[in-house]
Ligand binder design. Sequence first.
Ligand SMILES: [Fe+2]
Length: 285
Amino acid sequence: MPTERPFSLRRLGTALGAEVSGFDFLQPPESLPIKALYAALLEYQLLLFRGQTLPPATQVAIARGFGEVQVHVMNQYHADGFPELYRLSNVDDAGRPTGRHPDRGTLAWHTDGSWQRRTGQATMLYAERVPDAGGGTEWCDMYGAYEALDAATRAQLAGLRAVHNLDFSRNRRHGEEPMTEEQRRAVPPVDHPIVRTHPETGRKAIFLGDHAESIVGMAYAEGRRFIDELNARIVRPELVYAHRWQPRDFVIWDNRCTLHRALEYDTSKAVRVIRRCTVLGEVPA
Ligand SMILES: [Fe+2]
């Protein structure tokens, strides 16, 4: 028997994701159908809600309903009085575009929080202001990436672990806002299996992306090559959902079975303001 859902779902494409309709976030947070939303997320990997008014407290309430909410180490981005919320914005205090991307690391395929021992479970983005051109987000299905590999590659990856390091990915991508010594100490490199088993669905997924720096037991340069090649190979066009943001879109995705990246836009002319929070997941296994 399918679970009764107080909303309806429509597939976004062939890769992953569903658009949710018949849902309103302007209800008391305690009446939100958290369990049904989480179940839908497990099934579709990404949920899109269009045209929503989403109070910051409601965004945090959904995140708390899913699990423990991450307070990001880069504390200069905290938003609306909630340490759980993080605003990605290219607008200065006078309301003008700064000409700078707020986090250039997000332009490379990655999965949120893979640089922590407990990695990201769900990330939730609410679009406050979006550019007319560019600035989209893309997601790639990592169940599909694993399933597309030949048996020999799957055997080669079994047991391999990658070291994920936020300091590496941030500084390599954009040295203009390096981490402080304190931030760096708070997030030392960690290693995770390259093939992880999703703790809820039991399905295998590739877990890699741009925070991965090296491979345990492999010479550094060889590991770098290995990661670059595998990252290029797992992102296949038929596994990608590309989203063009409209104001008041809300997207939730599962970091345990997807990679994502942001797309460039003209940061000197256009404005992009996104309110985000990330739920902490498990230690990958
Ligand atoms: Fe991200």
